[in-house]
Design a binder for this molecule. Structure first.
Ligand code: AMP
Ligand code: ZN
Length: 492
């Protein structure tokens, strides 16, 4: 029987403001869409936190034996600087500043994004669609919204009439904002804009002559508004009504509010059952952001190359640090906090490594089944990773008592215990055992040093064909030998 049948998951739904029982639309299946990065610069550790929150959510659904279609897009057009409609596309701006083709910018930072997620042990999503690959779908949605009278064209651009929409729907249903307050608190448009109301948002923008990223449409050569891409890609791959939509807390308004409005206008139904928002990673108490420079890059954590860091930290330690906070809580990054996380991570891994050395008895003095259910209870309670980690430290305590002979465990329970610890630590939290990786590095070092010794011997024997062969084959494997006064060293 699939695990989800006897685990009762609750999810905090931003739409209702409550924890709700998770009931998927199609039994045994989960459709989940998460807003991906805008690929105009390197992702920072804050972005990594949001994607990690959803990586663990994805992992837990898989662990519960759900069949998951996880769609996470790449925003490669249409995200305007400062997220307002008047301005320059972030990717086009970067391309102009660096004298690159916009697609060179997109390629560079998409590769960077993938490399980083891989080094932090993320599972790849099931589908990773791009906004530029779905222009036709976006144009079709705009046509439908115009047909309802809620979309209107002005000077080659198309806008969404928020006031008209709000006559029959609730613009503000997700963010709790009230349209009258929004209108009262907005500056006059000074006749500068083609919009009917200041709150209206762009579905399509006519491109200025110098704008490189442009596509033909019934209204103008132009480009789609930012909110539209997620409506197009989520419904294309998950249907007009799907289970989960996620993103960072800062996307709730306007991005997700506008997505709901677009879907409602286009299909007459609210698209998503559970809206999930991950909270921010802060630095010095302020949100990490690309634009303000208040951020740390993932590579800096791994190399220690940032003045606020006392040393380098591994990807698993960083993951452990992040998952010690619940995904809906703000987490402040500091060197002290990640140093403390490293200690906790090492204590956990030492205990995990000691599991195979535990001796078994005829009976168990520990109730493993109850402990295991407490781990599930933690994750079933809106993916509460800090409580799960607390339960894993309870397991560490058991392991130490078992090692000291102060508790006993049967062979059957030890197998259950080992499988559960490994499942939660490696499959659900997505941690890696750095010691295992270090051990492999030690082995690699041993093998290369052995080859260096053989090459030295070949050179002493004047067998230069062999010594060159060893050097060249190592180079082909990406290992460079360096001969110096102190002997030969190598770099990978
Ligand atoms: P962006 O590329 O700016 O669209 O951001 C990608 C994702 O990272 C979005 O879901 C954002 O909400 C999220 N994000 C941005 N800054 C932070 C932060 N400081 N902490 C956590 N998530 C963030
Ligand atoms: Zn989105």
């Amino acid at each position: 029987m699939p695990l989800y049948t006897n685990q009762h998951l609750k999810i905090y739904n931003s739409l209702s403001g409550e924890k709700e029982n998770f009931n998927p639309i199609h039994e045994g299946n989960v459709g989940m869409y998460v807003c991906g990065p805008t690929v105009y610069s390197n992702v920072h550790l804050g972005n990594v936190r949001t994607f990690m929150s959803f990586d663990v959510i994805f992992r837990y659904f898989l662990h519960l034996d759900y069949k998951v279609r996880y769609v996470r897009n790449i925003t490669d057009v249409g995200h305007i600087v400062d997220d307002v409609d008047e301005g320059e596309d972030k990717i086009a701006k970067k391309a102009r500043l660096e004298q690159l083709e916009p697609m060179e910018v997109v390629q560079r930072y998409t590769v960077d994004f993938h490399d980083i997620l891989k080094s932090f042990n993320f599972l790849p999503p099931s589908i990773e669609p791009t906004a530029t690959g779905h222009i036709i779908e976006q144009i079709e949605i705009i046509k439908k919204i115009i047909d309802t009278g809620i979309g209107y064209e002005a000077n080659g651009s198309v806008y969404f009439d928020v006031v008209k929409y709000n006559e029959t729907n609730n613009y503000g249903v997700l963010s709790g904002r009230n349209i009258e307050d929004m209108l009262a608190n907005t500056r006059d448009l000074d006749g500068q804009s083609d919009k009917r109301n200041p709150q209206d948002f762009a579905l399509w923008k006519k491109a200025e002559p110098e704008h490189i990223m442009r596509w033909p449409s019934p209204w103008s050569d132009g480009f789609p508004g930012w909110h539209l891409e997620c409506t197009a890609m989520s419904t294309k791959y998950l249907g007009n009504h799907f289970d989960i939509h996620g993103g960072g807390m800062d996307l709730k308004f306007p991005h997700h509010e506008c997505e709901i409005a677009q879907n409602e206008a286009c299909t007459g139904q609210s698209p998503v059952n559970y809206w999930m928002h991950a909270n921010m990673l802060t630095l010095n108490g302020k949100k990490m952001a690309k634009s303000t420079g208040n951020n740390i890059l993932p590579g800096e954590i791994l190399s220690g190359d940032n003045t606020i860091l006392s040393k380098a930290f591994s990807a698993s330690v960083t993951r452990f640090f992040m998952l010690q906070a619940h995904y809906r809580s703000i987490l402040d990054f500091s060197d002290d906090a990640i140093v403390a996380a490293e200690k906790g991570y090492k204590r956990l891994m030492e205990a995990v490594d000691a599991l195979p050395t535990i001796s078994v008895s005829t009976t168990s003095s520990i109730d493993i089944a109850s402990w295991k259910q407490l781990c599930y209870d933690a994750m079933n309670d809106d993916f509460n990773t800090p409580i799960l980690i607390a339960q894993l430290f309870e397991a560490v305590r058991y392991i130490n008592l078992l090692k000291e002979g102060k508790e006993t465990i049967s062979a059957e329970d030890l197998a259950l215990f080992t499988a559960a610890v490994n499942a939660f630590v490696f499959d659900v939290l997505g941690l890696n055992d750095d010691k295992a990786a270090d051990a492999n590095n030690d082995k690699l070092e041993g093998v290369v040093n052995m080859l260096i010794g053989m090459r030295n011997q070949a050179r002493a024997d004047k067998n230069f064909a062999l010594s060159d062969q060893i050097r060249d084959q190592l180079i082909a494997l990406g290992i460079q030998l360096k001969d110096g006064k102190e002997g030969t060293s190598f770099s990978i």
